[in-house]
Write a protein that binds this ligand. Sequence first.
Ligand code: FAD
Ligand code: N01
Length: 541
Amino acid sequence: MAVNEIQRFDAVVVGAGFSGLYALHRLRAQGLRVRVLEAADKVGGTWLFNRYPGARCDIESIEYSYSFSAEIQQEWNWTEVLPGQPEIEAYLNFVADRLDLRRDIQFDTRVVAMTFDEADASWLVETEDGQRFVAPFVVAATGILSVPLDPGIPGLETFGGTTLFSNSFPREGFDFTGKRVAIIGTGSTGVQATPVVAEQAEQLYVFQRSAAYTLPSPGRPYEPGELEALKAGYDEIRAAQRTAHVGAARLSVFSVLTNMGSHPALKTASREEQQRAIAERGVVGALYWRDILSDPEAGAMATALYGEAVARIVRDPETAASLVPNYPFGCKRPIIDQGYYETFNRDNVTLVDLRKGGIEEITPTGIRTAQGFYELDVILFATGFDALTGALARIDVRGRKGESLREFWATEGPYCYLGLQMAGFPNLFTIQGPGSPSTASNFVAAMEQQIDWIADCVAHVRDGGYRTIEAQAVAQTEWIDQIVDLVAGSVVVHPDCTSWWLGANVPGKKRMYTTYALGLPEYRRQCAQIAAAGYAGFTLS
Ligand code: FAD
Ligand code: N01
């Protein structure tokens, strides 16, 4: 086919991670001709790129997996309760083969522009290499954590050793043996990578700008027969998931938060009770009190108690003190780790607390900070993502009257109706966009519900003889404003919070918390109600 020839489909899906694969399957099952455009050379998205040592899911494998196919559920065998990156990547490849998805996926194809054509009521989708696709519907399954954030450190490109990024880690892996290594960043990624890299490296420096709250992972391999027993009761597991606030009913990093209501209050607990809690539960004992998210004073007490719990693990008092966060628990997404604090007792591991003197520059031989110079062979950046809106904003999306989505979000903030559509951009669906429960839930459960909703919506438009469906600006504003109001004054918008879910980690990005906070079941109910009411808040034409 000539490069400039336009290819027509009923729907274009951008991205071939968890979301894009399911969107393809679901829309194809409805008889649509679908083309998936994927920048990478393989399926997997998150689980293809983030192959750094220690990469692992924080939700049980049997829940962090597609529920739509009873056959796939039974055929795939997870080996661990909390699956590691290789296993999730293998699972997604299995699903792609099992459903014969690859025949409709075009790899090595990056979308750079999408333009809505009023007359044709369709989207022109253009790729980096000049290919053009036209389709009435586009599903942007581009990922909420898929655009690496430039750490913006002067001299980065001058480093003469090996520079690694956690979110584009080499396919063949990397051997840290005998190397002087820096990990920059102590979010979920840095915290996961630290204990594993420490075991290989000659010397590991962990560069910490903000300390993390992190809970010990409950992960382990399945016992013989355990998975089989779980699979026998899969219907009940999925039913429980559907009623769970975060879309995961079994043990997860979120359980410490969701069960808080039944725990005692920290402010009224005696000193003995507090000490017993951390003696018996470690750092979790500092964070499981019911009042610490709602009462700032209790939150501050929890941070202090957390510091005491860390000091019981980390032998060097200065390092232990440096590992205590200076923002309240709950402001960032919870982290789980496999021996993070214990790692700082190793002779070959040093914490570089950047609060005592930040990074000034990277030189050909290492990192210069205000507190000294560190000679290095390897720098591993675990510095995060331009989350939620980053991937779509990197595409030049033009809606009605040529309106730019990138500019709209940059000036107004991340407005989006239901996390599914933006006013002015008809027939373009986002997956887990702003205003969805995405960042505070089991992503796979949340994503499946959204794609089912989108597929039903597309069928409604086509069967009803309509050409377009478009979010109304008023509905969109009301939706996001009610979400913003819900969390006003809470820890997630605390002034000291620099979380990606606020957009606060990206210089110049509008600071707004847009995660739907009422839980997945209520979100599902509202989406269903809106559809049943003839797609209230949308205009069909
Ligand atoms: P992605 O997996 O990000 O896939 C998006 C795809 O779109 C990518 O393949 C990308 O190449 C492609 N793409 C983007 N832009 C373009 C373009 N312009 N043109 C063509 N292709 C494009 N969630 C949980 O619920 N639990 C967890 O434990 C968990 N762990 C995580 C661990 C890590 C390290 C990270 C980064 C995220 C984690 N998440 C977790 C969130 C995770 O992103 C989602 O769970 C899920 O994998 C997202 O799937 P997706 O298909 O929507 O997006
Ligand atoms: O990214 P992050 P992440 N100099 O943004 C620091 C999912 N996930 O990749 O906080 C020095 O959380 C930055 O410091 P600060 C999960 O949803 C899940 O770790 O901005 N430091 C921070 O410490 C997670 O929330 C798992 O002060 C710099 C870190 O880098 C999301 O992905 C595992 C810096 C970035 O932390 C993102 O996690 C992995 C600089 N210039 C990821 N720039 C699971 O376990 C940034 N930092 C399931």
